[in-house]
Design a protein around this ligand. Structure first.
Ligand SMILES: [Zn+2]
Length: 474
């Protein structure tokens, strides 16, 4: 966050930058699979930043932006053991199906996803259950550990912590509810149609993302070239050259992709992997979009300290969305998809936005206290997506993000609202195919910099768009 730095934080700025550099590099190397175990010595070198006192000071001063960033340091520094246990549990969980030998659960899940018939899915799915139960037990342990870390800050429930660092979130909860209700019927109709077309019946789902990517035809442009050329077209060629893209397969590599903000604006790196389908472009445009934001926006690393995740993810989601545009696919990826494939990609985006709203409501319920979290999870997925999801996945997504921020689902949901406003503005400035010319450059460059200075409300103002929650019934 650029601008005047509060007195209590000023003496710590350089050490915060050094700490962030070490954490980010460690995270990047683990995600890219270049390092298999985390560096356990980092946090001990910065006790004055992660002992919780600076967090309390920021909270008392009402600086929620900094409070969230300092909270993240406190939680990360104390979760090292719990994270290691969870990773070990995941690697140690094996299942056998179809009379074959035992395989790691990750591979069995991939086989379940790739299954071409309901019958095959059912057979693999049945074999998956004991493994998932074992994992769920490890996840509950992680959550207990997280709870005691939070208790050390004197927050009894997660919803108390959320209100402390985000303020009142009720308007957003209502917004998510209204969004789901007003789009439910149309969504369920389309979901049923895709399920029918893909030959999927009512087998239990072991992934929250059952929509398939569209396979890339031979001759499709490699994703890293396509993405670099896009950035150059937007007038960010020089910055894009400085961002390395790692597509090397490694055994320990993260299933998704990551943009490491190691020493922004200088050292920013992207790691991903070719998936061979349309998601490959979505994923890489998203992460490379983060890369441009972190390279163009800040003057020094501290300018990104306490960045609003809703804005940051909003940029990533906007650029990922470009990959569903037929114009972009043709011009930058050398691919012409038929109407069904394009509709499939649009449905994938709609499902993705819907999942954020679902998780905002679901997780906040879990945060608020005693509910049957598995039953609730199955019910909300059934009601809002028509998917029969396994109760054993109830904690998976929530846990992944809890290690980063106390309520990441909210930021991701807000990010979709930000995407819509940003897309609208880009279209006004540079036309329907804004992504294929350089007229978007001044606006994007300005927004990347502005994002280091404003909160979400301020950014909506910059875009001349109302806050999505404005005017909502109280
Ligand atoms: Zn992202």
């Amino acid at each position: 966050m650029r601008g005047s730095i509060p007195g209590y934080l000023r003496p710590h700025v350089e050490r915060i930058e050094a700490y962030r550099r070490e954490i980010s590099l460690d995270l990047y190397l683990r995600s890219s699979g270049e390092r298999t175990v985390g560096d356990r010595t980092i946090h001990g070198r910065y006790p004055e930043l992660n002992d919780g006192r600076l967090f309390q000071t920021a909270l008392e001063a009402g600086d929620l932006t900094y409070a969230r960033a300092l909270l993240s340091m406190f939680i990360t520094s104390r979760l090292v053991d719990a994270n290691d246990h969870l990773v070990a549990a995941r690697l140690g969980t094996v299942v056998a199906y179809d009379g074959g030998e035992k395989v790691p659960i990750g591979r069995a899940l991939a086989a379940w996803r790739a299954a071409s018939t309901d019958d095959e899915r059912r057979r693999i799915g049945t074999a998956l259950v004991p493994g998932l139960e074992q994992l769920a037990a490890a996840q509950r342990q992680w959550l207990d550990e997280y709870g005691s870390i939070r208790a050390a800050l004197r927050f009894r429930t997660q919803s108390e912590l959320v209100s402390a660092v985000y303020g009142d979130v009720r308007a957003w909860l209502r917004h998510a509810e209204t969004y789901l209700a007003s789009t439910r019927d149309g969504f369920l109709r389309e979901a049923a149609e895709w399920q029918r077309r893909d030959g999927r019946g009512r087998t239990t789902t072991f992934t929250a993302f059952p929509i398939r990517g569209v396979p890339l035809p031979a001759g499709a442009v490699a994703s890293d070239s396509a993405v670099r050329r896009t950035a150059a077209t937007w007038g960010f060629g020089a910055e894009a050259q400085r961002i390395p893209i790692d597509l090397v397969p490694r055994p320990g590599k993260l299933a998704g992709a990551l943009c490491g903000r190691i020493d922004p604006p200088r050292d920013v790196r992207v790691t991903s992997q070719p998936t061979g389908d349309s998601f490959e472009y979505v994923l890489l445009l998203h992460e490379f979009g983060h890369g441009l934001h972190f390279t163009v926006g800040p003057d020094r690393p501290f300018d990104l300290f306490g960045d609003d995740q809703a804005i940051t993810e909003g940029f990533g989601i906007t650029f990922g969305t470009v990959a569903s545009e037929p114009g972009w696919l043709r011009e930058f990826a050398g691919v012409t998809f038929d109407d069904e494939s394009l509709a499939r990609m649009r449905f994938g985006d709609m499902l993705s936005a819907r999942l954020q709203a679902i998780h905002v409501l679901y997780e906040y319920k879990v945060f608020s206290g005693a509910i049957d979290y598995e039953k609730e999870f199955v019910e909300i997925y059934r009601r809002e997506t028509g998917i029969e999801i396994s109760p054993h996945l109830a904690l998976t997504r929530m846990l992944f993000f809890l290690g980063l921020q106390p309520f990441y689902a909210l930021a991701l949901y807000q990010a979709y609202g930000f995407r819509d406003a940003l897309w609208q503005r880009l279209t006004e400035v540079a036309g329907e195919t804004w992504y294929a010319n350089a007229r978007c450059h001044p606006l994007l460059a300005d927004l990347f910099r502005t994002a280091c200075e404003r909160d979400l409300t301020g950014m909506f103002g910059t875009l001349n768009a109302p806050m999505p929650t404005a005017g909502a019934p109280r």
